[in-house]
Design a protein. Sequence first.
Length: 98
Amino acid sequence: MSRCPHCQQDGISFFKKVLIGPNTIINCTKCQQKLTISKLANWAAIPFLLGIAGSFFTHELILKTLMMSSGLIISGLIKGFAVPLVKIGETPGTDRGS
Ligand SMILES: [Zn+2]
């Protein structure tokens, strides 16, 4: 679970956080306030893009699949663990308490 920037409770599931983008608005399951993921989430897509790019350099289907899936997993983990959730309209990085 991920901590909500409004109520500081674990109101957002890990998978929901991984699936949303900086333009997606979701509601906290605890306080129902609107929030989204930081625009830093765009950077978390880089391993996935590298995996796709890397897959162009091989003709082995298993290697292509491995590169793309590992890139996708790494991107998902970065997004789920490292990218903060933010309140709607707030710039990221301004509320770094505790
Ligand atoms: Zn909340």
